[in-house]
Structures are given as structure tokens and as C-alpha cells.
Design a protein around this ligand. Structure first.
Ligand code: NDP
Length: 596
């Protein structure tokens, strides 16, 4: 057998193992295995950071733009509007401050896993230098607040407030917005920047409601219980046995901190994550200060291009995110040159990358059984890749036990502990690092059902699946824009996506104001064409049943998705989508949109 045949066989054997690992985890209840944080579980959703609701006057009156959501999407939208003179902007935000994800996710160890210089928005506009290549959550939260200050958004913002109703008034050409605090605001334009990973979810583990110890979700970290905010010093856990359920991107950042402080940590793992090198470092001030104007936009584009295989002369970020793409390119080149003829270059690159990830586990984790259990058997990007330099090492601590569930999940929760593979482990506290609802309707996740022209509800219009132009506009809902939603794109660097859409919306509003138009509506044809493109050739969000990916929220838990064809992204990845938006908005006739 030739060397290549050997390698092909090795790769195929490995892929067979991937299929077995996937099969082990597939469950018929798919996303229904999770329960909503409502009713008796609603305390999992409460804000532990601002327990008091700050008194304020009920807001009545008019505003130019209501933006729902004060995270990066809402902030970028407000910033882009401000730069064209729209300053009468009201942000409605459930949290007590700006920040969105970074308001809620304050768990110890939280940091951005995309390089700060491309991830943190508006660095040049604010003249801000992130302190590290991968900044920590408190700094990103502070930066969010600084954006709010810089653009004067605090004055009008409605915090600790949820929009409950929004109805289009055809005669007044405005949205009548109502909140849960009795506000009634008339807005010329409405922007939904409500984010995608916002509503915590809990696994419906048998007995979950019976536990008599303490429980909370990572996105509502209970520092009153664990001790000190914002540092590794979780003094409250020194005498506590803690179970953490989950081993995704959040858990990976939390666990080293628990390991440093808790009496004992039980890590309940269903599927191991890929743990690549982090390589964080303080920002080199000299390097940063010598950046040429416009550097951030170029760097952001460079990162998105490199991670999507679009040729760039230089990889500016050059980290573990971009590494797989280099491996892909290398494998394709080798195929052309000859030594690996007959081997699928994508499979070869994936194999090499995952072998590297698995070898790193062996290098760091001392216990052989734990090391084997921590090795991921699936392709890179089946799950959100993780990057950490202390996570794997934490399993060498005497006070950390890996409870690998062999893909089955925690069996049960009792009054005093958790049950894994038939054995009960008594614990004082259970921390759910079990992620967020994905794919549920906007009505369920955000509690909003817009009422558009002729009283049609968005849920009715989208009954068969979303229908949009560019993922931003939907016919029958004039002057309303959606940020970061389906039928647009999937970019690793989410703020890049949000910013490109925010710039597009700002351009439309600018045009409307210059020409004295009061109504912006998408044509039936433009929407139909876009939806057909998405359904016909759009980039699949998942390929249930075909891929060797273990289930998770990336592939709707391995189950076919209801109306899944409508949930795809624009074909060809973010670079092409952003180019399309740029060309569309710079053509000045905004084809498919009617202004009146
Ligand atoms: P995930 O949905 O990624 O992970 C949930 C975890 O819970 C998985 O490990 C899952 O296992 C596990 N789980 C679920 N049910 C059970 C069960 N019954 N028993 C045992 N384990 C269970 O949530 P995260 O909060 O980790 O991450 C969500 C997203 O947030 C990320 O994908 C990323 O996009 C973002 N994020 C970004 C960060 C950043 O930029 N800094 C940091 C953290 C998160 P299984 O895999 O088997 O389903």
C-alpha cells in the first residue's frame, strides 16, 4: 500500500470514529432537551448585577430612531447614525447599562476570543487601545459604556426596560413603541439589534428542580455566592464542592478560575471542545500608536478574508483562528504539487488540525484517561473553537474531577448532587454553562412580535420562515431594520457583520432624510428574489444527517430544522455579503427599496 493510500485509510478511519461519536450523541428530542428559563426557572434569567430597578420618569413623546438592544449591534447602529447627524436616538435595553453580551457575561475568566483589535468596535473613533490582544470582559464592558458616553446615548437610553409592543402607524409613518415600564414612544425608524445568544437555556435534566443547593447560569454569575467580582479570587467557594455542567466556550474560560478557588470542582462534560493555543499578550503600545489611520477597518477585513479563504498578502491577526485556513490552503497546494494526490485536501487539513489539537491534550493533561476523554473527535468548526492556555492544565489539579458522560449528559440531579454514569456526586452548587437559545423565534427569545402594515404580525408573516431583503428589511414592516439576523451572513467576528449592516442602514436613513422621504419599504420582488437566492444557493447553516459533526447549536442538535432553508446565510461567506451590501448602498438607487 502506498503512503497516500495509508494516509487516506487513516483519515477515513478517523472519520468513522467521528460518525460513531456523533451517533452516540444524537437524540430525538433535539433542541427540546432544553427548557426555557420561564416560570419556576425564571430566576435563572434575573439580573444579578443590578437587583434594584432604578426609578425614572415614564417616557412619552417622539424620537427619530428607537434601537432595541444596547449591545455592540445597538451601539454600532447609534454610532453610525450619529456620524451622519442622527442624534435623536433612543436605545431600549433590558440590562441596566450598555454592553449586551458583555453586560450579562461577567463570569470569572470571560474574555473575547477574537483578537481585541478587530473585535472591539470603534477603537479609532474613541482613540482607545485595548490592554491585551484578547481583552477581558470588564474592559470590553467599560468600552461599551465609553461608546455610549462618546455618542451621547445615555441621556435618552431606557435601561432595565423591555419593548413589549411596536405597531406601524401608516398615517403617521412611524412606529408606536410600548415598553414594560409604560413608555410610549413614537419613532420614525425602528432598529432591532437584539442579538442572537441572549436567552440562557437549561438542560431538562431529570430532577433539576429538586436540587436544594445553589444553582445559577454563567451569564447571570452570582458573585454574592462565589465571592469577589471581576477577579480570580472567588473566596466564597473555598469550602464548596461545585459542579459545572458544560464544556463549551464559556465553561472553558470559567473552569481554570474555579479550579483555583473551589474546594472541589466536578466538570460534567458531554462533548469536549477543541482547545487551541491562546497566546494572549499585553498590547505593544509602540506598535499600536504607530498604526496608520484606517488601520482598524483594514485589519477587520483582513481577518474576515483570511478566515474565509479570501486571498490576502498578509495574515495580520495570525492566530489560531486563521491557522486552519492556512492548513487548507497548504493541503490544496500539496494536492496540486503531487505528494498527496488522491487525498481530499479539506479532509487532510481537518485531520492535521484536529490531530494537533488532540496532541496538545496529551502534552498537557497528565492522567491518561482524562486526556483521552478531553480529546474532541469531530471536524474543526463543528463546534465553536476554543482557545485557552490554562484550561487543560486545570485537570491536573487534585481538586478537579472530569466527569465525562461519554456523550450522554448528566443522568440526573438529586436534592444534594449530580448523577453521572450511575454515580451520585454530592455538591453544594451547580453552575450551568449550558449556553443560550438559538433558532427559537424572535417572539420567544426577545418577547417581541411586531405589528406591521394592515395589522399583520411578524410571526404571521414569517410562519413558513423568515422573508427579508439582505436579512435587514422585511416587506410590510416599513422603516424597520434588523441587525445580525438570518438570511445575511455568518462571520466569526460578529461586530464586523453588525457594523456592515449598521453602515447600510445609516446610508438608507441619510438618503431618506436628504430627499425628505418618510417611508422606506422593500419591494415584493426584491424580497422574493433574495429569499429565492437564499433558499436556492445560500450557505447552509447546518447539514443535518450528512456531516460528521456531533450535535450542538451549530447544527440544530443534529436534527432537521423546521423551515431550515429559510435560515441560511448568503452564499459565498461574509466577504461576498459585505461587498454586496457596499456595492448596493453606494449605487445610490438602493434597488429594491422604495422611498416615499
Ligand atoms: P454552548 O452552547 O457552546 O455550550 C453548552 C455546553 O453545555 C456544551 O458543552 C454542551 O454539551 C453542554 N451541555 C448541554 N446539556 C448538557 C447536559 N445535559 N449534560 C452535560 N452537558 C450539557 O454554550 P457556551 O455558553 O459555552 O457558548 C455559547 C456561545 O457563546 C459560543 O459558541 C460563542 O459563540 C459564545 N462565546 C463567546 C465567547 C467569547 O467570544 N469570548 C466566550 C464564551 C462564549 P454538548 O457540546 O454535548 O452539546
Amino acid at each position: 500500500m502506498s503512503k497516500n493510500e495509508n494516509l487516506t485509510e487513516t483519515i477515513e478511519k478517523m472519520r468513522e470514529k467521528y460518525r460513531i461519536e456523533r451517533e452516540k450523541r444524537l437524540r430525538s428530542d433535539g433542541s427540546d432537551q432544553y427548557i426555557e428559563v420561564e416560570g419556576k426557572f425564571s430566576h435563572f434569567n434575573q439580573d444579578p448585577y443590578s437587583k434594584e430597578v432604578k426609578k425614572r420618569e415614564v417616557r412619552k413623546g417622539k424620537t427619530d430612531v428607537v434601537i432595541v438592544g444596547g449591545g455592540f449591534g445597538g451601539l454600532l447602529m447609534a454610532a453610525r447614525l450619529s456620524s451622519i447627524g442622527y442624534t435623536d436616538t433612543t436605545v431600549i435595553e433590558e440590562g441596566a447599562d450598555f454592553g449586551g453580551t458583555w453586560y450579562w457575561n461577567r463570569y470569572p475568566g470571560a474574555q473575547c476570543d477574537i483578537e481585541s483589535y478587530v473585535y472591539m468596535p470603534l477603537l479609532e473613533e474613541l482613540g482607545y487601545m485595548p490592554s491585551e490582544k484578547y481583552a477581558h470582559a470588564d474592559e470590553i464592558f467599560e468600552h461599551s459604556k465609553a461608546i455610549g458616553e462618546h455618542y451621547g446615548l445615555y441621556e435618552k437610553a431606557l435601561f432595565q426596560t423591555k419593548m413589549t409592543d411596536a405597531e406601524w402607524d401608516e398615517n403617521g409613518a412611524a412606529w408606536n413603541v410600548v415598553t414594560d415600564r409604560g413608555d410610549k414612544v413614537e419613532a420614525k425608524f425602528l432598529v432591532l439589534a437584539t442579538g442572537n445568544l441572549t436567552k440562557p437555556k437549561l438542560p431538562g435534566i431529570h430532577g433539576i428542580q429538586k436540587f436544594e443547593g445553589h444553582m445559577f447560569h454563567t451569564s447571570r454569575w452570582d458573585y454574592d455566592y462565589t465571592g469577589t467580582d471581576g477577579s480570580k479570587d472567588l473566596t466564597g467557594l473555598g469550602n464548596k464542592r461545585v459542579a459545572i455542567i458544560g464544556s463549551g466556550a464559556t465553561a472553558v474560560q470559567v473552569i481554570p478560575n474555579l479550579a483555583n478557588c473551589a474546594k472541589h470542582v466536578y466538570v460534567c462534560q458531554r462533548t469536549p471542545s477543541t482547545i487551541d493555543i491562546r497566546g494572549n499578550a499585553p498590547t505593544d503600545k509602540n506598535w499600536f500608536e504607530n498604526m496608520k489611520p484606517g488601520w482598524q477597518e483594514s485589519r477587520i477585513e483582513n481577518f474576515t478574508n483570511v478566515t474565509n479563504g479570501v486571498p490576502e498578502a498578509e495574515d495580520l491577526v495570525a492566530d489560531a483562528w486563521t491557522d486552519l485556513m492556512h492548513k487548507m490552503i497548504e493541503a490544496h497546494r500539496e494536492k496540486k504539487r503531487g505528494p498527496y494526490q488522491g487525498i481530499d485536501p479539506t479532509k487532510l487539513a481537518q485531520y492535521r488540525k484536529m490531530e494537533e489539537i488532540r496532541a496538545r491534550v496529551d502534552q498537557i493533561v497528565e492522567d491518561d484517561a482524562a486526556a483521552e476523554a478531553l480529546k474532541p473527535y469531530y471536524d474543526m468548526f463543528c463546534k465553536r473553537p476554543c482557545f485557552h492556555d490554562e484550561y487543560l492544565g486545570a485537570f491536573n489539579n487534585d481538586n478537579v474531577s472530569l466527569l465525562d458522560t461519554d456523550g450522554r449528559g448528566v443522568d440526573a440531579i438529586t436534592a444534594s448532587g449530580i448523577v453521572v454514569r450511575g454515580q451520585e456526586y454530592p455538591v453544594d452548587c451547580i453552575i450551568f454553562a449550558t449556553g443560550f437559545e438559538v433558532g427559537s423565534s424572535m417572539q420567544r427569545r426577545v418577547g417581541i412580535d411586531l405589528v406591521g402594515t394592515k395589522g399583520i404580525k411578524l410571526s404571521e408573516k414569517w410562519r413558513e420562515g423568515p422573508r427579508t431583503l439582505h436579512g435587514i428589511h422585511t416587506r410590510g414592516f416599513p422603516n424597520c431594520f434588523i441587525l445580525g439576523g438570518v438570511q445575511s451572513t455568518i462571520a466569526f467576528n460578529v461586530p464586523h457583520h453588525l457594523d456592515q449592516q449598521a453602515r447600510t442602514i445609516a446610508d438608507i436613513l441619510n438618503h431618506a432624510r436628504k430627499e425628505n422621504f418618510v417611508k422606506v419599504e422593500v419591494s415584493e420582488k426584491a424580497e422574493k428574489d433574495w429569499v429565492e437566492d437564499i433558499i436556492g444557493s445560500g450557505q447552509k447553516v447546518s447539514a443535518p444527517g450528512q456531516d460528521p459533526c456531533t450535535p450542538g447549536y451549530y447544527n440544530n442538535e443534529g436534527q432537521p430544522m423546521k423551515n431550515g432553508r429559510y435560515l441560511r446565510a448568503y452564499e459565498g461567506g461574509p466577504t461576498r455579503y459585505f461587498r454586496k451590501l457596499r456595492e448596493w448602498r453606494s449605487s445610490d438607487d438602493y434597488k429594491g427599496i422604495s422611498f416615499s
